[in-house]
Design a protein around this ligand. Structure first.
Ligand SMILES: N[C@@H](CCC(=O)N[C@@H](CS)C(=O)NCC(=O)O)C(=O)O
Length: 223
């Protein structure tokens, strides 16, 4: 059986968890507490850089979430989560890569705001918001009449970007200026509930207890 080593609050592992659910696969979840458990020899044998997620399938061990998503797509092709059309595939890949390489590092300075922690340099926060706006503008322009990026069905772009963009309002980044994007993720609450009402989103949503646990862990590092 597939085994996912993860931490529920991590967007890096959540995208794999969402994909496993969307593909209707049976899998076992193994929680790795990032307060030191990741450095234990048993886990390092699976994930040498002490990162979650890691996925084991039939004795084959994988790290790096985007590589894992590609594996799942090829090994378990139904439902398809990557478009076949060249432009649509490029759109999905752009959204995946921009989410991981630009947006995720950009939101790090907003973590204190998101978690209600003290700290955060106002000037740095302002610069961060401008960088985030660049990514959000790109996403807004990549959405067309279809409900998802490059597709009428949910793709890996949603699994990757969805678990990051939906956190932005918690960091005081409004999606109001991005009508297509806010309809896409329904972070504003009213419209289609397209993404966040899906069982894959509901099941993998961080609970208040998880957020509090993460907050406490960060506080311990800050103080
Ligand atoms: N590029 C990796 C990044 C994974 C990553 O940075 N995971 C973090 C959690 S979000 C982690 O495991 N941190 C613990 C550590 O590095 O010790 C991926 O996409 O899988």
């Amino acid at each position: 059986m597939l085994k996912l080593y993860h931490e529920p609050i991590s967007p890096n592992s959540r995208r794999v968890w969402i994909t496993l659910i969307e593909k209707g696969l049976d899998f076992e979840l193994v929680k790795v507490k990032l307060n030191g458990e990741q450095f234990k020899p048993d886990f390092l044998a699976i994930s040498p850089f002490h990162h979650i997620p890691a996925l084991v399938d039939d004795g084959f061990t994988m790290v790096e979430s985007l590589a894992i998503l590609d594996y799942l797509e090829v090994k378990y092709p139904t439902p398809a989560m990557l478009p076949k059309d060249a432009k649509d595939l490029a759109i999905v890949r752009m959204v995946e890569m921009v989410s991981v390489n630009e947006l995720l590092p950009d939101i790090t300075p907003l973590m204190p705001v998101m978690l209600g922690l003290p700290g955060g340099d106002p000037e740095q926060i302002e610069q961060t918001k401008q960088k985030i706006a660049t990514a959000l503008n790109l996403f807004e322009n990549l959405l067309d009449h279809r409900p998802y990026f490059g597709s009428k069905n949910l793709t890996l772009a949603e699994a990757v970007a969805g678990s990051i963009v939906t956190w932005l309002p918690k960091g005081d980044v409004s999606l109001d200026g991005y009508p297509k994007l806010s309809a896409w993720c329904d972070a504003c609450g009213e419209r289609s509930y397209r993404l966040i009402a899906r069982p894959s989103w509901q099941t993998t949503q961080a609970t208040p207890e998880m957020i509090e646990g993460f907050r406490t862990m960060l506080m311990a590092k800050v103080v």
